[in-house]
Design a protein around this ligand. Structure first.
Ligand code: DON
Length: 564
């Protein structure tokens, strides 16, 4: 018979209480660190980022490493065959943003997804070879490294190469994502992508050999390792087999662009976000400035008035998005006018605190001056105080589902973000017109909203999310959750969310996002409310008053914050 050992019992008790403390602390706060933090959609990608920071890399180096690591570990959204946006705030306060959004191929044209009678051909802009824009990610990463990189490029790309070639263990969510796309992978590819096919389960090891070699070419030849040579040959051959239109010329001519980030204020907090061709920054700033004058804090989180005023703002802002936003290299986007306080006050002049405004009675605003569900976000702060917010995507989950045979990566279906026909909703129900019509080499309008916030001229928050049209409203809610509702970063990210976007004229909510009494009152006010699955996967970092960092990783996914 074993003897009873009071010392062991004491140790057991200590471990138990410390676990409980850890758990109850985790219910309130995310991971807290002293000086650096990476929050991304996959634990292995966050780990790669943190290793780069520990080696002396800066936040930009880590972001690049995370981008490539996500292309391997989270292939539904992480990518080299897609694009995205990066917002940067250096420790000295300098700001920049990088647009590595995909561009329409040169052979594209406005009506390319319509039949002879002018009707939309179903699925053509979302599935298969014709759905892809020219990928921007690799040029973007090289561009970011050339300007800000501290570590050697090879060292930054290498962890992704190793993940792909050595293999790694699938999480439950990643395994089920692959399983639910088996039919698409089989039917939409001209050569079966054997490495993706299988009845994947949590804990299985997956390897991406062709992708590993494609990443080696990027590691060794930077831009030319993707837009020229074998990878370019593979992309063009893939296009020719599948009746796609991306050409060598498209690849050679693709350029990511540095753009001046948008800067504006919400109650003294400086909001730094992505300018067009994303609508994210403009819309976020409009939304925040509209509610600035309302007592959101007093009304409380997800209470009737709070939701009502936010939804009424969203209705008007998404109507503006549909009319005025597009690629600024092709159309004049009236950013200043749209975010002007006078304009926004005027825009809300028919707002009624007790009654919903039907979306059909809200048209886009008019200015005299006007001339003419998978993405992923990660946030990084380094020990020097530099901050980077990146949102990157293939658009839909696993993009067009087309794998570039021989190079082992998935191509985006970003062309669906154009307005393929005036008033025709894209896969997120967003509509548009002339401003976002297809033109060769134009960038399709995005909702991605990588955002950095300053308080008292110091770094305060790094935030962003996937979620298509819901990106903007998710970022909006998380910011208000912290600033107005005094939540921790972890709570703000994990609080239930709602979304509305002008058309369709509904408020969609996550299960239990709004209590039943509030729901009833909102319905009485004229709102239509419907429940949907989860909204967004926000990964964010907050600088606490003691200058420590709090990572907020979204429990809706495998998202993980790692700091030191
Ligand atoms: O750029 C955009 O707005 C979309 N392509 C984003 C897609 C997305 O977030 C899908 N994720 N759930």
């Amino acid at each position: 018979m074993k003897t009873f050992n009071p010392f062991l019992l004491f140790i057991f008790f200590l471990v138990l209480t410390s676990c409980q403390q850890q758990e109850s602390e985790n219910n309130q706060k995310g991971v807290i660190s002293d000086s650096a933090m990476v929050v991304s959609a996959h634990p292995l990608a966050s780990q790669v980022g943190i290793e780069i920071l520990k080696k002396g890399g800066n936040a930009i180096d880590a972001a690049i490493a995370v981008q490539f690591a996500l292309a391997v570990t989270h292939p539904s959204a992480g990518n080299i065959g897609g694009g995205g946006f990066m917002v940067i705030r250096l420790a000295d306060g300098q700001l920049n943003s990088l647009d590595f959004r995909e561009a329409a191929p040169k052979a594209s044209h406005r009506d390319m997804y319509l039949d002879e009678t002018g009707e939309v051909i179903e699925n053509l802009s979302t599935l298969g070879h014709l759905a892809s824009g020219v990928p921007g990610t690799v040029d973007g990463m090289v561009n970011a490294h050339n300007k800000y990189g501290q570590l050697a490029w090879e060292e930054i790309v290498q962890p992704a190469v190793e993940l792909a070639l050595n293999g790694f263990t699938l999480t439950k969510k990643e395994a089920s994502g692959l399983v639910s796309n088996q039919e698409n992978f089989q039917t939409l590819n001209t050569q079966a992508p054997e490495f993706l096919l299988g009845n994947w389960k949590e804990g299985d090891t997956i390897k991406y050999i062709d992708l590993g070699h494609a990443l080696e070419r990027i590691r060794d030849h930077k831009r030319a390792g993707f837009y020229e040579g074998k990878t370019a040959d593979d992309i063009v051959a893939e296009m020719q087999r599948g009746n796609g239109i991306i050409s060598y010329e498209d690849l050679q001519e693709y350029q990511s662009e540095w753009r001046k980030p948008l800067e504006d204020y919400y109650k003294g907090y400086k909001i730094i976000s992505m300018p067009p061709p994303s609508s994210g920054g403009v819309a976020l700033i409009q939304l925040l400035k509209i509610v600035e004058g309302f007592p959101i804090h007093k009304w409380g989180w997800n209470q009737k008035e709070t939701i009502h005023v936010m939804v009424e703002a969203e209705r008007r802002v998404y109507a503006d998005r549909a009319s005025y936003l597009g690629d600024p290299d092709f159309i004049k986007v009236p950013v200043k006018e749209l975010t002007d306080e006078g304009y926004l006050t005027e825009r809300m002049s028919n707002f009624n605190l007790t009654q919903a405004t039907p979306s059909d009675s809200v048209s886009a605003g008019i200015f005299n001056l006007y001339e003419s569900m998978e993405t992923t976000h990660f946030s990084v702060v380094d020990k020097f105080g530099n901050a980077v917010a990146v949102t990157t995507t293939l658009n839909g989950g696993y993009g067009s589902k087309v794998v570039v045979s021989g190079s082992g990566f998935i191509l985006n279906n970003e062309m669906d973000d154009f307005s393929i026909k005036p008033g025709y909703p894209n896969m997120f129900g967003l509509i548009g017109g002339e401003a976002n019509a297809i033109q060769p080499q134009k960038r399709m309008l995005s909702s991605m909203t990588p955002t950095i916030i300053e308080k008292d001229r110091k770094l305060y928050m790094v935030v962003g999310t996937p979620g298509g049209a819901t990106i903007i409203t998710s970022v909006y809610q998380v910011i208000l959750n912290v600033i107005e509702h005094k939540m921790t970063m972890h709570e703000a990210v994990n609080a239930k969310r709602f979304h509305s976007q002008w058309k369709p004229d509904i408020i969609s909510i996550e299960n239990s996002a709004i209590d039943s009494v509030t729901l009833e009152k909102l319905t009485e006010m004229g709102h239509t409310i419907s429940t949907r699955g989860s909204i967004g996967r926000v990964d964010a970092i907050l600088v606490l008053e003691n200058n420590k960092l709090e990572g907020g990783a979204d429990l809706r996914g495998d998202d993980t914050a790692i700091g030191y």
